[in-house]
Design a protein around this ligand. Sequence first.
Ligand SMILES: NC(=O)c1ccc[n+]([C@@H]2O[C@H](COP(=O)([O-])OP(=O)(O)OC[C@H]3O[C@@H](n4cnc5c(N)ncnc54)[C@H](O)[C@@H]3O)[C@@H](O)[C@H]2O)c1
Ligand SMILES: O=C(O)C(=O)C[C@@H](O)[C@H](O)[C@H](O)COP(=O)(O)O
Ligand SMILES: [Zn+2]
Length: 358
Amino acid sequence: MESIDIKTPSKEYPVFLGQHVIEQLPLFLEKNYSDITKLLIISDEKVASIHLHKVKELAAKSGKQVLEYIVPEGEHAKTFDVFYQCQSFALANGLNRKSMILALGGGAVGDVAGFVAATFMRGIPFIQLPTTLLAHDSAVGGKVAINHPEGKNMIGAFYQPEAVFYELSFLHTLPIKELRSGFAEVIKHALIQDPEFYKWLLTEIQDLAAITDEQYLYMIKRGIAIKASIVKEDEKENGVRAYLNFGHTLGHAVEGLMGYGNFTHGEAVLIGCVYALKLSQYKGLSFDLVEFMEWVQSLGYSTNIPKQLDHTSLIQKMKKDKKTISDTITFVLLNEVGFPELAEINDEIILKQLEEIF
Ligand SMILES: NC(=O)c1ccc[n+]([C@@H]2O[C@H](COP(=O)([O-])OP(=O)(O)OC[C@H]3O[C@@H](n4cnc5c(N)ncnc54)[C@H](O)[C@@H]3O)[C@@H](O)[C@H]2O)c1
Ligand SMILES: O=C(O)C(=O)C[C@@H](O)[C@H](O)[C@H](O)COP(=O)(O)O
Ligand SMILES: [Zn+2]
């Protein structure tokens, strides 16, 4: 079993990664959380139908009372209504400060369940039990949130989990589209920090349906290590953490304008990465964008903005991005692969680049 330590100013915690790591959950709870009496598993409809049974059985072995609350799949879970329903369920079922939340699912479940944990009675502990590739990103680092019609993750907190149990076998039931979404964040991690990892991905990953467990282990470990190194330095995004937002300025705008849940997060971020790479080239990055585009297209990604979205609406949406503090949109660009920077780009250039490539 692999274990990666995440160190942030507010908390240090382990990520257990591999086959059968989930079996260690009862002992971990017994040993470290003897004062916790109730566990609330929050999961989504799809994940619960496949994996909840096993997790419930394991959680019960810890000797604690186990409750479950099932939310809708994907972005439909990251709403005020669902957040409120989770809180109401927790109150109605007597959760208190000696209770813990287990978030079983992908990034959407992790984000909403984490935000419930962060705010229930001003904060109770939670553990991330990720079930998607994307969650190598979302389960680590403590960003928890729900969406607002005005923008993605607009209501949230920085709230670290107690631990992450990343059971590799859960990924075996993931649909290819969701794998593709998660792999975009793997690419992002490589581009912002690790040219060798980027080369490894380019050479090794030619078919998302054929990724081996060994390859998963390697890319998840690398991705988490990259994220951990950044979060350690800047937990609350006052500086370098913004680099983890590479591809997200346009990506979040695409997700929002398409209607949450109609476009996967990773697929939108990938389009945002293409755009940010193009802007970076304009600012001097030397990068083989043709090779990149051919590679990602061969993996099934679309590299175009959906036709129904107009450039003016995209720019308006991007102006509400959390990184932007004036009227000029802030992007994460690359100087070289592995060397990101923040740059304010004026609307004229943004529009010109949008028109040139999309
Ligand atoms: N907090 C962070 O730092 C952070 C980082 C990246 C992304 N995010 C957020 O994460 C969300 C996306 O997360 P995600 O891509 O993991 O998706 P998700 O949680 O939306 O899940 C995607 C779909 O896959 C299904 N699914 C999940 N695991 C499965 C499994 N093992 N087998 C079969 N089906 C399964 C779900 O039911 C859902 O239908 C977005 O809301 C994004 O904003 C957060
Ligand atoms: O952890 C971070 O920091 C990230 O930016 C990771 C992103 O992949 C993730 O999508 C995050 O939720 C985006 O955060 P936001 O602050 O732009 O909403
Ligand atoms: Zn993301």
